[in-house]
Every structure is written in structure tokens, then in C-alpha cells.
Design a protein. Structure first.
Length: 244
């Protein structure tokens, strides 16, 4: 068996929406953009969706507007009304995952199977209260045992790992996150079990370097060794260092 493979694109998000980005969105995406109250939030959504279309178009060899969205069946109930997002057209498209937070978005594309990615800007929160809602007892003990200045990053490391895995599984945070242990005490690549879906139950989760103001993680199926992760920065089409 060969290690899982993924391409991860880092996309900077502007403070203002551009007409060229908006032109790539379909009617449903434009309607959703119009529901944002703050201009910066609207710009982030528009730029993120446009970037997702451009990245996928690059991999598919089609125009960004040729991509048609749909949803796969929910692993929990089978409904396609709230299942994981997928590409309806063109057919036989690769698995993908998308996340945005603050000034950064990530797009992950995998030709080898399911993939999940998550990025979170570091924002103040009540770590003690939140840890009890989404961390396992072991994870909470580790996070709350850190020095006050380290707890926020430790919590977010656990959070993005859980998000990445549950996105790859297809259930998102609808599952009980306390049952998905992601070993936040261990840096780098870790093995995680998640039995919430119909696919693989074993996942390889890798921390992604997105700077000092955010944390991110990528999940790929299996435990066949270090995954092959090709990092890209949108606009350059060049490999960039930062996977660790």
C-alpha cells in the first residue's frame, strides 16, 4: 500500500470582494454572499469560494464556472440534503476539502481518497469551558495543564485535528467530538480513529504550518506511513515549505 496523497493550497483572503471573484460564483453562492452583514465577511466568503473553484478547476482541467456543486449522502442518515459537499459536474472528480478563517483559506485535493482540512485563526475564548464540550478527558487534561500562554494554541491544535478528521469522514462536528482523540500532546503526524462514518476508521492527521496567528491540520485515510503532501500557494503554482 502506498501512502495517501494530497495537494494543499494556501489562499490569502482580501478585505474587499472583487468583481472577478464574484463573477465565478453561481446563483446560490451569490445569494449566500448577500446574506452576510459585514463587508469583510462577505469578501472572505466570495474570495474563498472563488479560490475553491479556481483550485479545483486547475486540477480538473476545466473552467472555474463549469463546476457544479452537490452533496453526497450523509454517513449518519443517508440524506443528500446535508451530506458532505461534492462535485456533480464534471464527473469522476477528486475528493476535496475547504476551510477558511481570518485572512487565510485552505483547499485540499486528494486523488487517492477522502480528505479533510481545517484552519482556525487564534481567537480568545474560554478554553476551560470549551474544552469540556469537545475534548476527551485526556485531551482536556493536557490542554488545561499547559501554561496560560500555551493553552489557546494547544486547544486549537486539538480542534483543527478533530475538524479535519470529521470532515474527511463526512459527518463534520455533528458527531461527538469528545470521542475522537487526536493526541494534541504529540506534534506532527498522528494516527486517529474515528468510527462515525461508513468509510475508513483509521486516519493520518498532519499539522500544517500557516504562521503564528493560526493553526491547521490535514486528515487522510489509513496509517500506511507519512502521507505525501504537496503544499502550494495560490497565485504561484509553486511548492512551498511549511509541512511539518
Amino acid at each position: 500500500m502506498t501512502p495517501a496523497e494530497a495537494f494543499v493550497w494556501t489562499v490569502p483572503l482580501p478585505a474587499e470582494a472583487s468583481a472577478s471573484d464574484l463573477a465565478l460564483l453561481d446563483d446560490a453562492e451569490r445569494a449566500r454572499a448577500d446574506r452576510y452583514i459585514r463587508d469583510r465577511d462577505r469578501a472572505s466568503f466570495v474570495a474563498g469560494r472563488a479560490a475553491l473553484r479556481r483550485v479545483l478547476a486547475e486540477h480538473l482541467g476545466v473552467g472555474p464556472t463549469a463546476i457544479v456543486w452537490g452533496r453526497g449522502p450523509c454517513p449518519g442518515c443517508g440524506s443528500d440534503r446535508h451530506g458532505p459537499p461534492r462535485i456533480v459536474e464534471p464527473p469522476a472528480s477528486p475528493a476535496f476539502s475547504f476551510s477558511r478563517s481570518g485572512p487565510c483559506a485552505l483547499v485540499a485535493v486528494s486523488p487517492s481518497g477522502p480528505v479533510g482540512v481545517d484552519v482556525e485563526a487564534l481567537r480568545p475564548l474560554d478554553v476551560r469551558e470549551t474544552a469540556g464540550q469537545c475534548l476527551s478527558p485526556t485531551e482536556a487534561a493536557y490542554v488545561l495543564g499547559r501554561a496560560p500562554g500555551e493553552r489557546l494554541r494547544a486547544f486549537h491544535r486539538a480542534w483543527v485535528r478533530k475538524e479535519a478528521v470529521t470532515k474527511a469522514v463526512g459527518v463534520g462536528i455533528a458527531t461527538d467530538l469528545r470521542a475522537v482523540d487526536v493526541s494534541p500532546d504529540r506534534p506532527g503526524t498522528v494516527e486517529v480513529r474515528c468510527d462515525a462514518g461508513t468509510g475508513p476508521s483509521s486516519w493520518t492527521v498532519t499539522d500544517l504550518d500557516v504562521g503564528t496567528e493560526a493553526v491547521a491540520a490535514l486528515a487522510l485515510p489509513g496509517t500506511t506511513g507519512q502521507p505525501a503532501i504537496h503544499a502550494r500557494c495560490w497565485g504561484t503554482l509553486e511548492s512551498r515549505k511549511g509541512i511539518r
